[in-house]
Structure formats: C-alpha cells, structure tokens
Design a protein around this ligand. Structure first.
Ligand code: GLC
Length: 395
C-alpha cells in the first residue's frame, strides 16, 4: 500500500531547480525583481545543464539515507523541466533540448528510488492567475485547462509516480482550481500515488514548511519540508547553512512525531548540487548508517526524552535520542513500563539501567558523548511504551 512506504521512509530529498538557478538569487527572482517576460525567457535558452546527471543526485540521496526524492517539474515561473504539448516554455523546446524529468525518472527507477513531482498550480506568466476566476472568467478557464493538461501529462508520460506535490494554490481555493476533478483524474491514472494537501484539499499528507509540526491526527501522514540554507532555489550568496547537527536534530524531531523530513537542495544551473549541501548530506548519511533503525518507520512514543533529548519508538523498543549529553548518567521519567535492557547504537554496547518507579536512569555512560550530534540508546521494554503524565506533584 502506498501509505506504507511513505510512513517508513522518514527522510527525503526535495530539489528546486529551474532557469532561476542562472541568476542564482532564489526561485522567486522573477516576481520579486519584476523581470519582464522577454528577459526571463532568454534564460531558458541559456539553460543547458551540461553536468546534469540525475544518477549522481540519486547516489547522494542514497548516501544521505534518503528514501525518496521530489523534484520541481514546474515552479511558479512557469518553466517546465518536462516536455509538454501545452507549453513552449519547457526544457525540451529551449536551450537544454532535453526532457529533464524523463532523465530524473529513469535514474530513480533504475536505482529503486521512490520519486515525486512537485508542481506549482500557479504560473506567473498568466495574467488570469492574478485576476482570478471571477474577474477573468474566460482567461481563467484557459489557464485551468493548461494546468490540468500538464498534470495529466505528468501522470501519463512517466510511468508510476509515487508522490504528487502541489504548491502555489494561493490565493484561490479548490473550487477555483477544480481540484476535486483534477485529483480524481490523477488517481485514475496513478492509483498508488500520494497527493499532498496544497491543492486546497486535504488529500494524503500535510506539508508544514520550514517548521516541524506533527499532525494533530495521530494516524495522518505529514512531512516537514525545509531548506539547508535560507533558499529553495540556488542562491549563490546564501551561505547561511544549517549544520549537520541541526539537520540531524530536525530529522529526529520529525521521526519522533512519526513524520517525514523532506530536506531541500538547490542545484546550480549546470546541474550540480552545491558542495556545502553535498558535504553535509554525507555527514548525515554517516549518522544514518549507524542510527537508521531509530528513524525509519518510527512510531510516536508517549514519553519523551525529558531534558536531554527526544524519543522514537518501534514496537517494544524505544530509542532515546540524547541530543544534549548529560555526562555519566542520563535520566528520563514518566515511563510506565519496565525497561529490560539498554544498548548504545553507536557501539552496540549494553548500558546499565536503574529504574525507580517511572524514573529510568542509564548509568556508567562515558563522560563525553559517543556521538556528537545525537547519541541513540535503544531501550527494550516489557511491552508497547506507555506513559504517566509529567505534570504531577513530586513528593
Ligand atoms: C513555497 C514557495 C516556494 C517553495 C515551496 C516549498 O510555497 O513559494 O518557492 O517551492 O514553498 O514548500
């Protein structure tokens, strides 16, 4: 079932790439700088990504421990990375003369990597988009026809697609986009697809952006998307990179709420991923190779990591992620179960457990953290984790 792989995956790669990578000031450059169409269109003829090799992207995602990839097939600027019968502003009809999406799909499929299509409903090239369905009835109808046709192409021409990641529905609602009809068409063509919640309809999963917010409904799928610096699309001057430590903590926080972390890269115009992103993703990957079992398929644990970190769970196992190393002894509380044993994922070593009621202490830990970012201890419980409330009087 399609929900299942997504709920196991936990970590994915988001990719924002298009002609905006040439000016290299982020993907909103056209609207924010009010670049005239004629000038912006010229970029498409310069866009010849000689070093685009999607297999390298897949390799990097694999190395980072990512289980799926979502690429911008068309962003708000209207440039399609795929071949489209209803647009000339596409990679296949301009400088690149290639269907960049077809190549991406082929690379993912070859390596068994799940993939999704980001698609912006809005397109800044259409005046009708700005006017809306009421003020420009006919223009809007034509615009919607174009959007629906492109979604149909994406769902028809590339075989099985795992995720459809809409964006840019604002300020119009599902009725204006005719989203019910649109998504019914998508599901008839792609019965296994997962659709996000940005077409004005709730569909399959929530997409908090740049913030970690577990769904209020425990069974509902959710995915936080986030940038590694301050931009989605490539921004040459943006050096405000988050550290591997921050990103691993974010991933662990998503996993603790049984959600996914879709971490973005913004490739350069030539098709290469910026080095700071590459280095950082490899570092995360090294951590994932040791600690992946505490992330993939994680469940929510009713008791947390207290003052030192957070928890994820799987069946009778609870993973204590120690994000702030307390020294030789680490304590958590509110544990209703008996803790039978504890093991450090970093070394495989057993850890001594002392339990006093709901308080559980791990003893004889090294003074300094074995893992500088997130040191995980697997606790084996006598059953599924259960918790006491913490806001009770302490005698
Ligand atoms: C926003 C932005 C966009 C980015 C997206 C990712 O909607 O408009 O540029 O693609 O967020 O979540």
């Amino acid at each position: 079932m399609s929900r299942e792989w997504f709920n196991q995956a936990r970590f994915g790669m988001f990719i924002h790439w298009g002609v905006y990578s040439i000016p290299a000031r982020g993907e909103w450059v056209r609207l924010i700088e009010r670049i005239p169409s004629s000038e912006y269109e010229r970029l498409a003829w310069e866009f010849k990504p000689e070093r685009y090799n999607p297999e390298e992207w897949v390799t990097l995602a694999e190395e980072a421990g990512m289980r799926y990839m979502v690429l911008t097939t068309r962003h708000h600027d209207g440039f399609s990375l795929f071949d489209s019968a209803v647009s000339d502003f596409t990679a296949s009809k301009t400088g690149a003369k290639r269907d960049l999406i077809a190549e991406f799909v082929e690379a993912c499929r070859k390596r068994g990597m799940k993939f999704g299509f980001y698609y912006s409903l809005l397109d800044w090239r259409y005046a009708a988009y700005f006017k809306g369905p009421e003020k420009d009835f006919e223009g809007w109808a034509g615009f919607i026809e174009y959007v629906h046709s492109q979604v149909r192409e994406l769902c028809t021409n590339y075989g099985k697609v795992d995720v459809l990641w809409y964006d840019g529905g604002w300020p119009w609602d599902a009725a204006a986009w005719r989203s019910t009809e649109l998504n019914a068409m998508v599901r008839s063509l792609q019965p296994h697809i997962l659709i996000n919640n940005r077409s004005g309809l709730q569909e399959d999963f929530e997409t908090p952006e740049q913030r970690i917010a577990a769904s209020q409904e425990p069974k509902r799928l959710w995915e936080t998307c986030m940038t590694m610096n301050d931009n989605w699309g490539y921004s040459a001057a943006d050096r405000n990179w988050k550290s591997a430590r921050q990103l691993i903590h974010n991933l662990a926080r998503c996993a603790s709420g049984a959600g996914n972390y879709l971490l973005n890269v913004g490739p350069q115009a030539d098709g290469t991923i910026p080095q700071p992103s590459v280095r950082c993703l490899k570092e995360i990957g090294a951590w994932m190779r040791v600690n992946g079992e505490a992330i993939y398929g994680s469940e929510r644990c009713p008791f947390g990591g207290g003052m030192i970190g957070l928890t994820t769970a799987k069946g009778n196992l609870v993973y204590l992620h120690i994000l702030r190393w307390p020294g030789r002894e680490a304590t958590i509380s509110c544990v209703k179960n008996r803790v039978l044993s504890a093991r450090l994922l970093t070394t495989g070593q057993e850890v001594q457990v002392a339990q006093d009621g709901d308080r559980v202490s791990l003893r004889g830990l090294p003074n300094r953290p074995l893992d500088p970012y997130d040191c995980v201890v697997a606790l084996e419980l006598d059953g599924k984790p259960e918790a006491f409330r913490y806001d009770r009087h302490v005698p």
